[in-house]
Design a protein around this ligand. Structure first.
Ligand SMILES: C[C@H](O)[C@@H](O)[C@@H](O)[C@H](O)C(=O)O
Ligand SMILES: [Mg+2]
Length: 473
C-alpha cells in the first residue's frame, strides 16, 4: 500500500573525477585505470601512458556526475525515494537548480495521489506554465524531471517491497497505461493500442520471468575499445573480456579512418567472425561522411553504427540508414534523444534499426514506457544506453520489464554495460555470464551510499576539496 505525504526533497551535485583517467571519454578510457575515484585522487600517475585524448572527441573529459534527489515522506516507515539524472560534470549545478524549480510540484503531495493519477502528475511536471518555456520536455528541465520522477518510482517500489521491474511486471495493464502521457504520440500509439500490446504481453509472462531470474538479460561491453587505447591495451582488455564470457563488444570510431581500420581489424581478429561488434561515433559526422566512413568499416561486420550524426537529425538518420542497411549495418541512437516525440519520428522515418532508451534523459519510467510500446508496435528492438554513473543500475529494470511484458523477444536485443562506479550504489548491478541478473532489492537501484555522496559532493566533498586547488594552479 502506498502511503505518506512528500515532506522533503533534497538535491545534491555529485561528481566523480573520471576525466582524470580519461574514463568515459569518447576519446579514451583506460580500463587499467578503472579505479575508484578515491584511488584516483591519491594516485598522481593515474593517467596511463596510452591516455591520449583526441582533439576530435565529442566528450573529451567527462566527470561522470549526477543530480541526486532524495524525497522523504511523513510516513513512519522512514523509507526514502532516491533518483538521479546523469551529467558529465559542469552543468550539474544547472540541473540542481531546475530540480529545485520543480520541487513545489512534488512537495506536500500524497504519494497515493501521485501514483493514482501518474499521467496527470507527469503532465503537471512537464507542463509547468512557466518552466516549459525552457524545455518543453527536453534539455536541463527534462533531465531534472527524470531525476524527480526516478525518485518517485524508487519510493513507490520500495513501499511495495519490490524492485521496479517487478512492480511493473505485476502491474495491471490498465494501471501501466495510466502512467503514460500519450500527448503527441496518438498518431502512432493510442491508449487502446498500448493496452492491447500489454494484454498480449501477459501470455507467457510467468515463463519469461523465470527465464530472466535464471539467465538474466544479455549485455554487451563498452569497456574494451575506447578511442585512444594503445593496441596492446585493446588486445589485453579484449582477451580478458573474452575470458569473462563477453560475446558482444562496442568500439568507438570516427576520429581517424586509418586508426579505426587498424583497431577494428585487431578486435575482429581477437573476437573472431561470429561474435558481435558494434561501433559508436558519438555524433561526429555529417550525413554523407557517415555513409562514406561506414562503407569502409563495413568489412568488419558491425551490427550497428551508433549516433552517426546529430541526434536531432531524424531525416539524416533515415538517409544513413537507407544507405547502410543494404551493407548489413543498422543505425542505433537514443542516448541523446530528447523525448518520445523524437523517438516517434525516428520510428516513423525508418531512421533506426536499434532503439536506445536512456533512463535519465527521458521523463523516467513513465516516458520510457511509451517508447517501449512504440518500439514494440514498429517491431524495432530496444537496446538501452547505459554506463555513466547509475545508468546500468536503472535501465536494467526497464529492459527486463520490456522482455517479460512487452517485447517477449531477445532477438537482436542487448543492453549496454560499462564497468565502473557501481561501488557507490547501495544495490549495484549484478552481471553473471555477460548478463544482467534481475535485481531483488526493492526500489529502482538508485540509492547511493551516503558516504560516497558526501565525499563526491561538488565542490565541498573531500574528493573535490583535494582536487580543486590543484586544478586551479
Ligand atoms: C560521454 C559518454 O561516456 C559516452 O561516450 C557514452 O555514453 C557512449 O556514447 C556510450 O554509448 O556508452
Ligand atoms: Mg553511445
Amino acid at each position: 500500500m502506498v502511503r505518506g505525504r512528500i515532506s522533503r526533497l533534497s538535491v545534491r551535485d555529485v561528481r566523480f573525477p573520471t576525466s582524470l583517467g580519461g574514463h568515459g571519454a569518447d576519446a579514451m578510457v583506460s580500463a587499467d585505470a578503472m579505479v575508484s575515484a578515491d584511488a584516483m585522487v591519491s594516485a598522481d600517475a593515474m593517467v596511463s601512458a596510452d591516455a591520449m585524448v583526441s582533439a576530435d572527441a565529442m566528450h573529451t573529459d567527462p566527470d561522470y556526475s549526477a543530480a541526486y534527489v532524495v524525497i522523504e515522506t511523513d510516513a513512519e516507515d522512514g523509507i526514502k525515494g532516491c533518483g538521479i539524472t546523469f551529467t558529465l560534470g559542469k552543468g550539474t549545478e544547472v540541473v540542481v537548480c531546475a530540480v529545485n524549480a520543480l520541487a513545489h510540484h512534488v512537495l506536500n503531495k500524497d504519494l497515493k495521489d501521485i501514483v493514482g493519477d501518474f499521467r496527470g502528475f507527469y503532465r503537471q511536471l512537464t507542463s509547468d506554465g512557466q518552466l516549459r518555456w525552457i524545455g518543453p520536455e527536453k534539455g536541463v528541465v527534462h533531465l531534472a524531471t527524470a531525476a524527480v520522477l526516478n525518485a518517485v518510482w524508487d519510493l513507490w517500489a520500495k513501499q511495495e517491497g519490490k524492485p521496479v521491474w517487478k512492480l511493473l511486471v505485476d502491474m495491471d495493464p490498465r494501471m501501466l497505461v495510466s502512467c503514460i502521457d500519450f500527448r503527441y504520440i496518438t498518431d502512432v500509439l493510442t491508449e487502446e493500442d498500448a493496452l492491447e500490446i500489454l494484454q498480449k504481453g501477459q501470455i507467457g509472462k510467468k515463463e519469461r520471468e523465470k527465464q530472466m531470474l535464471a539467465q538474466g538479460y544479455p549485455a554487451y561491453t563498452t569497456s574494451c575499445a575506447w578511442l585512444g587505447y594503445s593496441d596492446d591495451t585493446l588486445k589485453q582488455l579484449c582477451a580478458q573480456a573474452l575470458k569473462d564470457g563477453w560475446t558482444r563488444f562496442k568500439v568507438k570510431v570516427g576520429a581517424d579512418l586509418q586508426d579505426d581500420m587498424r583497431r577494428c581489424q585487431i578486435i575482429r581478429d581477437m573476437i573472431g567472425p561470429e561474435k558481435t561488434l558494434m561501433m559508436d561515433a558519438n555524433q561526429r559526422w555529417d550525413v554523407p561522411e557517415a555513409v562514406e566512413w561506414m562503407s569502409k568499416l563495413a568489412k568488419f561486420k558491425p551490427l550497428w553504427i551508433e549516433e552517426p550524426t546529430s541526434p536531432d537529425d531524424i531525416l539524416g538518420h533515415a538517409t544513413i540508414s537507407k544507405a547502410l542497411v543494404p551493407l548489413g549495418i543498422g543505425i542505433a541512437t537514443g542516448e541523446q534523444c530528447h523525448n518520445r516525440v523524437i523517438f516517434k519520428q525516428l520510428l516513423q522515418a525508418k531512421a533506426l534499426q536499434f532503439l536506445q532508451i536512456d533512463s535519465c534523459r527521458l521523463g523516467s519510467v513513465n516516458e520510457n514506457l511509451s517508447v517501449l510500446l512504440m518500439a514494440k508496435k514498429f517491431e524495432i528492438p530496444v537496446c538501452p544506453h547505459a554506463g555513466g554513473v547509475g545508468l546500468c543500475e536503472l535501465v536494467q529494470h526497464l529492459i527486463i520489464f520490456d522482455y517479460i511484458s512487452v517485447s517477449a523477444s531477445l532477438e537482436n536485443r542487448v543492453c549496454e554495460y560499462v564497468d565502473h562506479l557501481h561501488e557507490h550504489f547501495k544495490y549495484p548491478v549484478m552481471i553473471q555470464r555477460a548478463s544482467y541478473m534481475p535485481p531483488k532489492d526493492p526500489g529502482y537501484s538508485t540509492e547511493m551510499k551516503e558516504e560516497s555522496v558526501k565525499k563526491h559532493q561538488y565542490p565541498d566533498g573531500e574528493v573535490w576539496k583535494k582536487l580543486l586547488p590543484a586544478q586551479e594552479n
